[in-house]
Design a protein around this ligand. Structure first.
Ligand code: FAD
Ligand code: SF4
Length: 461
């Protein structure tokens, strides 16, 4: 078996100073060599690991045969955001985890090949597989609330089925976390814009600056003639540590920090008049992708020392392995088995220190991960002048709290049945608002909900 071809990337010292993309993508030759590693299994397990059911061996074979138009067509048949997924999907836990070659060696680099194909299609402006709608719309209006990956996928699939789809988005730009959370050095906005352009070609309309629940309600939407709605409002509610001193100045939630930098283009000051203050000594609390993104972003904006503090050990880090590896290469310091218990500040109210305790791992908790326990008397102080809290995001509460009859579970997720219908007839939901955690899970739910909406409308429209 030949070796898996490594994704080319920029040197850590160079890339840690700017927001240009870290990974540079396969060359044509590298893509073809990697594609030839696929043994074209008769029963390809990789497909079962892909929530949007891409014909993985099919598009890989087309690359190996040099037929890029065909590869792009197969990919786009199931996935309207392949250049996004090729960059941010945790393939190592999905399709690549199932790849048979992984049993004895390294799995085929399915994600890298997906990125290569999608970028090729963008560069060559191929229409292959692109989602062109046959004929006119059927005139039945469907509303999609939220333009993250769940909403975008539901909207694209419904438009392909012939529905007249409108997306209502509260922010001034579409894309959800793909726009305001994931930084430019992992997912350039231009790549996202291109994929959004493909959706617009399908006739999907987008209404920005519309906070459903406040600007208009779900019942207003039905009064406007929409026959069904899909809610994909995501998880935008930051969790906090609830420790003394957390309200001091220069302590941010990761969400606020990343929105300021990405959506408001704080990293392009002074071209954009939205500067972001950065401390010299920054701590980021958390171990997921959001924590890695916040840490690497503060480094790029000029922090001299960035320390990531995580209460479990390296083995439990929830971030994608590649992101943690890149962060470490760029100079982010990791402090494992450590948890903050207090922040202290100066007389003007600015943070100056973070008191922590050391932790040890006990028995597994409900999530199956070993529960961190405080080591008594292990308190110590880290001097800091900026802290970013990245310990999780809860479901967005605005729409459910303002919509009668839309019921939630104890975690705040919308309750749905097997067909993704909420407790309101004709209102479906998917993505992080119902408990998803990744881009591809959100897309998979958007896809399956679109099929259910179609079935529902065939009976009810
Ligand atoms: P979102 O992407 O959150 O989109 C929801 C949209 O709904 C937003 O645009 C919001 O403005 C809008 N909205 C909310 N309320 C309303 C309302 N009332 N009216 C109108 N619009 C509304 N996953 C991965 O797979 N790989 C990664 O590398 C990765 N990195 C991440 C990095 C960060 C910083 C974060 C925060 C998350 C990351 N994730 C990653 C998780 C992933 O981004 C989410 O699981 C995914 O975006 C969820 O998609 P969604 O469509 O459900 O919601
Ligand atoms: Fe190719 Fe691996 Fe899928 Fe088999 S499981 S078809 S080797 S990518």
């Amino acid at each position: 078996m030949t070796d898996r071809i490594k994704m080319p990337e920029r040197p850590p010292k160079e890339r840690a100073k700017d927001f240009k993309e870290v990974n540079t993508g396969y060359t044509k030759e590298q893509a073809r060599d990697e594609a030839k590693r696929c043994i074209q299994c008769k029963k390809p397990l990789c497909v079962g690991g892909c929530p949007v059911e891409i014909n993985i061996p099919g598009f890989i074979k087309a690359i190996a045969d040099g037929d890029m138009d065909k590869a792009a067509g197969i990919l786009k048949d199931k996935n309207d955001l392949p250049a996004v997924c090729g960059r941010v999907c945790p393939q190592e836990e999905q399709c690549e985890l199932k790849c048979i070659l992984g049993k004895k060696g390294k799995p085929v680099a399915i994600g890298n090949l997906e990125r290569f194909t999608a970028d090729w299609a963008q560069k060559n402006q191929t229409e292959a597989g692109s989602s062109k709608k046959e004929g006119k719309t059927n005139g039945i209006k469907v509303a999609v609330v939220g333009s993250g990956p769940a909403g975008l996928t539901a909207a694209g699939d419904l438009a392909k089925m012939g529905y007249d789809v409108s997306i209502f988005e509260s922010l001034h730009e579409p894309g959800g976390v793909l726009r305001y959370g994931i930084p430019e050095f992992r997912l350039p906005a231009a790549i996202l814009d291109h994929e959004l352009g493909n959706l617009a070609k399908l006739g999907v309309k987008t209404c920005l600056n519309c906070l459903v629940g406040r600007t208009k309600s779900i019942s207003d939407i039905f009064k406007e003639g929409f026959k069904a709605a899909f809610i994909g409002t995501g998880a935008g509610l930051p969790s906090f540590l609830n420790v003394p001193g957390e309200n001091l100045n220069h302590i941010y939630s990761a969400n606020e920090f990343l929105v300021r930098v990405n959506l408001m283009r704080g990293f392009e000051f002074p071209e954009y008049d939205t500067p972001v203050w950065i401390g010299k000594k920054v701590v980021v609390v958390g171990g997921g992708n959001t924590a890695m993104d916040a840490a690497r972003t503060s480094l790029r904006l000029g922090a001299e020392e960035v320390t990531l503090v995580y209460r479990r050990s390296r083995q439990e880090l929830p971030a994608r392995a590649e992101e943690a590896h890149h962060a470490e290469e760029e100079g982010i310091k990791f402090m494992f088995l450590t948890n903050p218990v207090r922040f202290g500040g100066d007389d003007k109210g600015f943070v100056t220190e973070m008191e922590c305790v050391k932790m040890e791992l006990g028995e597994p908790d409900d999530s199956g991960r070993r529960r961190p326990q405080v080591i008594p008397g292990s308190n110590f102080i880290i001097p800091v002048n900026m802290a970013i809290i990245a310990i999780g995001l809860g479901p967005n509460p605005v729409l459910p709290s303002l919509t009668k009859g839309l019921e939630r579970d104890k975690w705040g997720h919308l309750i749905i049945d097997k067909s993704y219908m909420t407790t309101l007839p004709g209102v479906f939901a998917g993505g992080d608002i119902v408990g998803g955690e990744t881009v591809i899970q959100a897309m998979g739910m958007g896809k399956r909900a679109a099929r259910s909406i179609d079935e529902y409308l065939k009976k009810n429209a």
